[in-house]
Structures are given as C-alpha cells and as structure tokens.
Design a protein around this ligand. Structure first.
Ligand code: AMP
Ligand code: MN
Ligand code: MN
Ligand code: MN
Length: 278
C-alpha cells in the first residue's frame, strides 16, 4: 500500500490533468492519493472517476494559503472535506477571485520591470484554474523571459523577488477553522518552508490543528525530527506527501515517494466529520 497525501492537478498549478495524475499514480504503485489543489476542489471528482477503474482511492483535499505578518506564508492542507459545503465553496471562490486580481497586479509589476508579458498569456496557461505564480512563471518561460520556471521565480516571482504581490490575507487559524467548517481535518503543510515553523506549530497546536506534514521534499532531517516531536507534544497526526506538480527538472518523479507514517490515513479519516458519502 503506497499513500501520497499531497498532489496538484491542472485544476490548480499542476501540469497533469486529474486523469493523467491517476494514470501516473497507478504506474507508480500509489493506492491512495489525496488531491490537494490550491483554492479549488474541481480536480477531485474527475480524479475519483479516473481512479475508480484503476483501483485507486482518492482522498478529497485542498491546500489553502494562509499568511502571518511575522512569519510569512503558511499553507494548510485539508482532507476529507465535504465538497458540497456551499459556504466553503463560496470562500474558495473569493480566494480565486483575489488570485485573479493579484495575478493582474503581478503582471503589471513585471511590465514595470521591463518584462513585456500579457495577462492573456497567463490566463491561457491557467486555462480556467485559479491563477498561481507557477502559471505566471510558465507564461514567462513560454514568452522567452526566463529559461525555466525556477529562474522566473528566483528573479521575479519568489516571496522576496521584485514582482511579488501578496494574496488576500487569511491567518493560519482561520484556515484551520475553514477546513473544520467543511467537516475536514487540517494539516500544516511543509513546515520546512516556514522559517518560524516551531512558533506556528505552537500557535496551531493550541488552536486545534489536526496534523503536520512531516514527510515532504522541503523538510530536511532536522525539521522532520522537530516537527515529529512537536506533533507528539500537541497530539497531532504526522502525515506525508510528495507535493507533486510535475516531474522535476532532472526528470525525477516524486509522486508516491514521500509516505505518511503507518496509520496516518486512518487517523485522519477517523477525525473527519462523518459524511453521507458512500
Ligand atoms: P501562489 O499560491 O500563487 O503564491 O504560488 C505558490 C506556488 O508557487 C507554490 O505552491 C509553489 O508551487 C510555487 N512556488 C512558490 N515559491 C516558489 C519558489 N521560490 N520557487 C519555485 N516555486 C515556488
Ligand atoms: Mn503549487
Ligand atoms: Mn504549499
Ligand atoms: Mn502543494
């Protein structure tokens, strides 16, 4: 049994359609996969449809982007959310609308910096998905403004780069509450990407977060160990996932290579609110 609890599709900034992702998961021996797109659940049902004939189980998921003044971005994964919760879907729609305006603002800033990029090219990359920075990076690469995605990030789009624009503000606690309001369980994503992750885990542990993503490509050994200690302290479920968006630059495919500890999936499922889903 191979489980991967963090993946993206073309419904957000992944490069494979839900059906293509399921085919790759099958090839990689993944038996359970959480689809955790940014601010949308549109990829989940198509993934379930494709997964059914492959014998793969899909966990309905989401990745929300929260922010703190002191410690920057904090991403929150939600699992076993009720896809039909209308208040939840309304909030996701607001985040997506904000992403549209923020995407336009980033392109304006790029234009001011001398990068002649059309917002239409970004929209073409997103193809209806919420606008994320990787879509902008892809449009820049396609137009010859950067040799590859990472260079576009390093020179223009990274959090500390000149074309960065913030998203709508939501605190990590609000992200936890929003996931809970849709019957889901909330897991702090990739602490290795948050410099002050210990301070955030202290906050979230006291706020009722359900878990922390210990096994992730951005978590080094020290982060894994410390996050696991803090998980024990706050009685959190430790999870894992590859955060697959596309094959890496060197061709490596991470999908299915970052496992949650044994029992994590069952623990998450047990903590989620019961649904009518069969
Ligand atoms: P956004 O939610 O639009 O701010 O975009 C965030 C996404 O951009 C993340 O989920 C990553 O996929 C990607 N990303 C963020 N920072 C970097 C970076 N420095 N280098 C490469 N990719 C990044
Ligand atoms: Mn992403
Ligand atoms: Mn993330
Ligand atoms: Mn992710």
């Amino acid at each position: 049994m191979t489980i991967d609890l963090h993946s993206h599709t073309t419904a957000s900034d992944g490069e494979l359609t839900p059906a293509q992702l399921m085919a790759l998961a099958y090839e990689r021996g993944v038996t359970t996969i959480a689809v955790t797109d940014h601010d949308t659940t549109d990829g989940v049902r198509p993934a379930m449809t494709a997964a059914e004939m492959l014998g793969i189980t899909v966990v309905p998921g989401i990745e929300l982007s929260a922010e703190t003044d002191e410690d920057g971005d904090v991403h929150m994964l939600g699992y076993f959310i009720d896809l039909d919760n209308t208040d939840f879907q309304t909030r996701l729609g607001e985040f997506r609308e904000n992403r549209y305006h923020r995407g336009r603002a980033i392109v304006r800033r790029l234009n001011e910096l001398g990068v002649a990029l059309d917002f239409a090219a970004v929209e073409a990359q997103a193809d209806g998905a919420p606008i994320t920075r990787p879509h902008i990076a892809r449009a820049m690469v396609a137009a010859g403004h950067a040799p590859d995605l990472q260079t576009a990030f390093d020179n223009y789009l990274a959090d500390d780069a000149p074309a960065y624009v913030r998203r709508m503000k939501m605190t990590p606690e609000e992200a936890v509450d929003l996931i809970h309001s849709a019957g889901g369980v909330a897991v702090m994503a990739h602490p290795g990407r948050v410099a002050a992750y210990e301070r955030i885990l202290d906050r979230l542990g006291q706020h009722g977060v359900d878990g922390v993503e210990v096994n992730h490509p951005s978590n080094d050994q020290a982060v894994k160990q410390r996050a696991a200690e803090m998980a024990a302290q706050y009685d959190l479920i430790t999870t894992g996932g590859s955060d697959f968006h596309r094959p890496e630059r060197d061709g490596t495919v991470r999908l299915g290579a970052y496992h949650p500890p044994a029992g994590a999936l069952e623990a998450l499922r047990a903590k989620a609110a019961p649904t009518d889903a069969t």
